[in-house]
Design a protein. Structure first.
Length: 151
């Protein structure tokens, strides 16, 4: 189960289904077949800055944070991968900078977050190439063609 929570005032700007579809595609392309659960939260820069400071020690907003858990949820009896939090304002800025829609940027960030939950990272050039290649495959699978330089 993918739970999507979109904070006001962003609720009317994108559907939960668009974000869920991106997450499901990332899981499928990554070869995950056990239908794990995860959550996606779309929020503002204030909450994102607070989370970034508390969990990463960085006192500024960022576009996406992933909080990997990977345990069996006793209520759902499925694997729970973790939480993805995305800043709408940062996604909007990223979209403007890269020349595509905010919806496309949000889908990219969901995919990016799911890949982090699955253990992918971009700390080295080799890891980055693997992660970006997988991101591109997932984006292609949902019909999005955008250039990703850094996420």
């Amino acid at each position: 189960m993918i739970v999507v929570v979109i904070q006001d005032p962003y609720q009317d700007k994108i559907s939960e289904q668009v974000l869920s579809t991106a997450a499901e595609a990332a899981l499928e392309i990554s070869g995950i077949s056990d239908s794990p659960s995860l959550s996606i939260r779309i929020t503002d820069d204030i909450e994102m800055q607070d989370l970034n400071l508390r969990f990463r020690g960085v006192d500024k907003s960022t576009d996406v944070l992933s909080f990997a858990e990977d345990f069996i949820d006793p209520d759902l009896e499925t694997r729970y991968l973790g939480d993805i939090v995305i800043s709408w304002p940062q996604a909007d800025l990223g979209a403007q900078d890269r020349g595509h829609t905010t919806a496309e940027e949000l889908q990219l960030l969901v995919i990016h977050g799911v890949l982090h939950l699955l253990g992918y990272d971009h700390g080295t050039e080799s890891d980055k190439k693997k992660m970006w290649s997988l991101q591109d495959k997932v984006l292609d699978s949902i019909g999005i063609t955008i250039e990703v330089e850094d996420s």
